[in-house]
Design a protein around this ligand. Structure first.
Ligand SMILES: Cc1ncc(COP(=O)(O)O)c(C=O)c1O
Length: 603
């Protein structure tokens, strides 16, 4: 197969001003036009001659063709009063061989072309499974997958087999039949698809369906949006093979390839409005996961999770007030270390690292200290997997008119949180755990009216001043200092994918892995630290059996693509297995097989 035809004469009128100066094929997706992507794909598949059937603004294609010796443009003078079939017939002088036929407004993965080129049959229509694109052309076939009918309206067809992509392989004899059929009938505006259906009655036209084909057509602004957010990341991810590691550490978590590749973008100055818009999208969507955007706002920082815990503590507690910090694990202790480093007034409330907080004792502590203005807690203690009960803690804070600070680093975007209902004023989380993005962005989600009060508190830190960061973002949609640009691109993609999956479903997926993990541990007689009734279902701290060396076990699993994590509770000899990120039950089962094999001395 050496020849291709691209039909590119149409107006693209549904794209309005985007096609006022250039035809649809010149729509850019991440700085590269559809036509250039398509031509590059064709050339990389060995196509040597590409005819572009032009019409509307044909001179733009003529100029483009100057850059490629393989391209010849053929203008249809009647493009205004005819259709794609006329544009195709108009090439009869040139087409002397079988060819690939493509529409100009497609974004598609390379395998689309390979599938047709490698298919033995000579007349082939490429089709996909359901796209939900809102502009589908449905295909009905016979028992041999040969075309019977096509329609935009499902009800016109007895049965829907697949959706038309807009890329076909056409034999020269079929082409001649199609031209004859077109010339015989009297509707000049008839599209090539209908002529294909007509000729399929005389000669079979095979429909090659690839269920998961990644592609889209771009006819309007919504299609363009979908192309950018969903299709291009998938194409990029598929065409670049990246070794997959299953991270069973509690973040940075395993990410999808499309999130990894979202970082590969043209260079941009982050002070450009385009980047400000991206950060605005990111912060609004991050808020939406746990609160409403009217009363709450997300403040982004370049930094890890600890940075934003530090930003909250040092920004929100008035200098003459005290923060009560619950310490039931390493991250609660870290809050105390931060408060201590800044010489803040704080009370450390020590609580068991494996059992729920004794609320009566906590309440007594509050009663005994009238100067307390804030209660600060960890939601999921990542050291153990102990989940603190935010309903109870929120209610207690409310009773004593305290503001509640929650470090939700390892629970946010999985375990359900409702900031308003649970009376949470400040929440800290980061980009690299359950939201499944890259490390480098920490964020605070805060009640807006609480933040207004921060104006009167002199910040203890320069970089981590929460109010200044918030105020600056409202004014300019910018962070005060250089943001981690590529991490934010990845975070945007991670958010899109989190929305696609749904946070509830994500937590269900995590829980399914956790159930497999803990059920298998029970069968293997391996004990874990926290009782199921207090467990977060996010991370599990497992006792290391006697005679097993953590480092040797780690290295054995690491070599095989699985990363486990050391324990963090001093008095117990444990290791940790998290079940977050882009992993599923199969990964967990595979890991458990390895664990069994290792403990049985088989690997
Ligand atoms: C609950 C909790 N808080 C804070 C942190 C600190 O985050 P980072 O290591 O990104 O600074 C972590 C990290 O795992 C965590 O799990």
């Amino acid at each position: 197969m050496k020849t291709a035809v691209i039909l590119a004469a149409g107006f693209g009128s549904r794209l309005k001003e985007k096609t006022a100066l250039k035809p649809k094929g010149f729509l850019e997706v991440e700085g590269i036009s559809l036509i250039q992507r398509s031509v590059d794909n064709l050339i990389s598949c060995g196509i040597e001659k590409i005819y572009i059937g032009t019409g509307y603004l044909s001179e733009v294609y003529d100029e483009f063709a100057l850059h490629y010796p393989q391209i010849q443009t053929i203008k249809s003078d009647k493009f205004e009063s005819t259709s794609s079939m006329y544009t195709l017939c108009n090439m009869q002088d040139k087409l002397k061989d079988d060819f690939l036929l493509l529409e100009s407004d497609l974004l598609y993965e390379l395998d689309a072309l390979n599938a047709l080129i490698n298919e033995e049959k000579k007349d082939v229509i490429l089709a996909s499974g359901k796209t939900n694109s809102n502009d589908e052309v449905y295909i009905h076939v016979d028992n041999f997958c040969n075309l019977l009918a096509m329609s935009k309206n499902k009800n016109d067809l007895d049965d829907v087999y697949a959706e038309l992509v807009g890329i076909c392989k056409v034999s020269l004899s079929r082409y001649k039949m199609m031209c004859e059929a077109y010339e015989k009938q009297d509707n000049p505006k008839i599209d090539y698809e209908y002529i294909m259906v007509q000729t399929s009655k005389e000669k079979p036209f095979y429909v090659k369906k690839i269920e998961e084909l990644i592609w889209c057509e771009i006819d309007d602004a919504n299609h363009l949006k979908r192309a950018l957010s969903k299709i291009l990341p998938k194409i990029k991810a598929k065409e670049m093979k990246i070794k997959r590691n299953v991270l069973l550490n509690p973040g940075p978590a395993t990410t999808s390839d499309s999130v990894k590749l979202a970082q590969v973008v043209p260079d941009i100055c982050p002070r450009e409005q385009e980047f400000g818009d991206l950060m605005e999208y990111v912060s609004n969507e991050l808020t939406t996961i746990v609160a409403n955007n009217e009363e709450y706002a997300t403040v982004l920082f370049g930094g890890s999770g600890t940075a934003v815990v530090e930003a909250i503590l040092t920004s929100v507690v008035p200098h003459d007030k005290t923060v009560l910090i619950v310490n039931n694990g390493a991250y609660g202790k870290r809050m105390c270390q931060i408060a201590s480093r800044y010489k803040m007034n704080f009370i450390e409330f020590k609580s068991s690292s494996i059992e729920s907080i004794d609320l009566e004792n906590l309440e007594n502590e509050i009663k005994a200290n009238t100067n307390i203005s804030h209660l600060s807690v960890i939601h999921n203690e990542t050291t153990t997997g102990l989940l603190n009960n935010l309903d109870d803690l929120g209610a207690l804070a409310k009773k004593y008119n305290l503001e509640l600070i929650v470090d939700a680093m390892s629970s946010y975007a999985a375990v359900p949180i409702d900031m308003k209902k649970q009376n949470i004023h400040y929440l800290a989380a980061s980009s690299n755990k359950n939201i499944q993005g890259m490390a480098g962005v920490g964020f605070v989600i805060a009640n807006k009216s609480s933040m207004q009060k921060l104006k009167d508190i002199e910040p203890r830190s320069f970089y981590l001043s929460l109010y200044e960061q918030y105020e600056n973002f409202i004014k300019s949609h910018q962070m005060r200092f250089t943001p981690p640009v590529q991490t934010l691109y990845a975070l945007k993609q991670a958010i899109i994918e989190a929305k696609e999956e749904g946070i509830e479903n994500r937590y269900k997926r995590y829980c399914a892995s956790w159930e497999i993990l803990t059920n298998t541990l029970k069968k293997m007689n391996l004990k874990y630290l926290v009782d199921d009734k207090y467990h977060s279902k996010i991370i599990t701290s497992i006792f290391i059996p006697n005679g097993i060396d953590f480092n040797a076990m780690h290295d054995c699993f690491f070599e095989r693509g699985f990363t486990i994590y050391p324990g963090k509770v001093e008095e117990f000899n444990t290791f940790r297995v998290a079940n977050i990120g882009q992993i599923n039950s199969d990964d967990m089962e595979e890991f458990l097989e390895l664990l069994k094999g290792y403990l049985d001395g088989k690997i």
